[in-house]
Design a protein around this ligand. Sequence first.
Ligand code: MTE
Ligand code: MO
Length: 325
Amino acid sequence: MLIKRSPNGLDLPFSSEITPRTVFEARRSFIRQLALGSIAGGALFEIANREAFAQGGLQKLGAKANPAYVVMDPPTAYKDATTYNNFYEFGTDKADPARSAGTLKPRPWSVTIEGEVKKPLTLDLDALLRLAPLEERIYRHRCVEGWSMVIPWVGFSLSELIKKVEPTGNAKFIEFISLADKKQMPGINSPVLEWPYVEGLRLDEANHPLALLCLGMYGEALPNQNGAPVRVVLPWKYGFKSAKSIVKIRFTREQPNTAWNIAAPSEYGFYSNVNPDVDHPRWSQASERRIGEDGFFAKKRKTLRFNGYNQVASLYAGMDLKKYF
Ligand SMILES: Nc1nc2c(c(=O)[nH]1)N[C@H]1C(S)=C(S)[C@@H](COP(=O)(O)O)O[C@H]1N2
Ligand SMILES: [Mo]
C-alpha cells in the first residue's frame, strides 16, 4: 500500500517543533489509524526516517530498513532518545550525558577483537561501517529502571563480526569493554561503577540475529550520549546489557564479569532478560513507562517477556529464569 507523503510524513509533526500535548495527540491519531488499517507496516519506517532528518546534524548513514524488525508503536522522539540517557561515564543524571558527552571523541576510533579467536583483528570506524550492509531496525528498548523507548537503530547483526574473527572451539562467551578515559569522560572520576564498563553474553546469545552491532540511530551516526561511535543493542535484555562506546571485544572460555553485577550482584544478574515475572528486589518489573507518553493520564504499559522478542526463547530452553535472572 502506498502512503502519500506530506512534508512532515503522515502529518506527524517533527518532535522539535511541538509540545508534549501535540505529540500525544499525533500519536493517538497515529495509533487509531494503525488500528483502522490505514497505515501499513512499511509506513512505520517512513516515520522513523522522517524523524531522522538532520536532527542531530551527524553523519548520515545509508541504511536499508529491515522489514523483519517492525514495532507497531511510533518511534520515540529523537529529542527524548538523546536527552534522557544512562551513560555513567558522563554522570548519573539522565540529562548529564547530553550535557557532558561533547568531550568524547568518536573519531578516530578503533575496536580490538581478541581472545579465543583464530583471527584477532583491530578495526577502525570506517572498516566497521563497511563490514556488512547497514540496516535500520526499530527495536523496543527497556531499561531495568522501568522506562522504555522505541528506537530506529542503524547497524548489522553482531554475528557478522563474530564470523569474521572465527571464534575457536573454546570461545563460550563474549565480553564488551567500553572506553574509560578520564580526559574524555568526567564521570569515571566517580566510583559509582568499576571502570571500564564491561558487559557480556553467552556466545549463542551474541550470535542471535537480533543482537545488533550498532553504529547509528535515526538514520545518522550515534550521538555521543548514545554510545558513539559503536555499541551493541540487545533488545530482549535490560538496557544496561547494551554497552556503549566499545573499544574491545574479547572472546572467553569463562563467563565474564559485568559492571552492574559487580556493583550489585543480588540486583543485576548476568542474563538480565526482560522478564515481567521477576521483580527487581526494590521494584516491580511488570509494567513500564514509555518515554514520550508521560503525563497525568498516561497509562503504564505491560512489560512483555523478552521485551516481546519471543524468538530468543529457545536460547533459554530448560533454564530457570528466576535463578538465572
Ligand atoms: N558504557 C556504558 N554503557 C551503557 C551504560 C553506561 O552507563 N555506560 N548504561 C546502560 C543503560 S542502564 C542503558 S538503559 C542504556 C541506555 O542507552 P541509551 O542512552 O542509548 O538509551 O545504555 C547502557 N549502556
Ligand atoms: Mo538502563
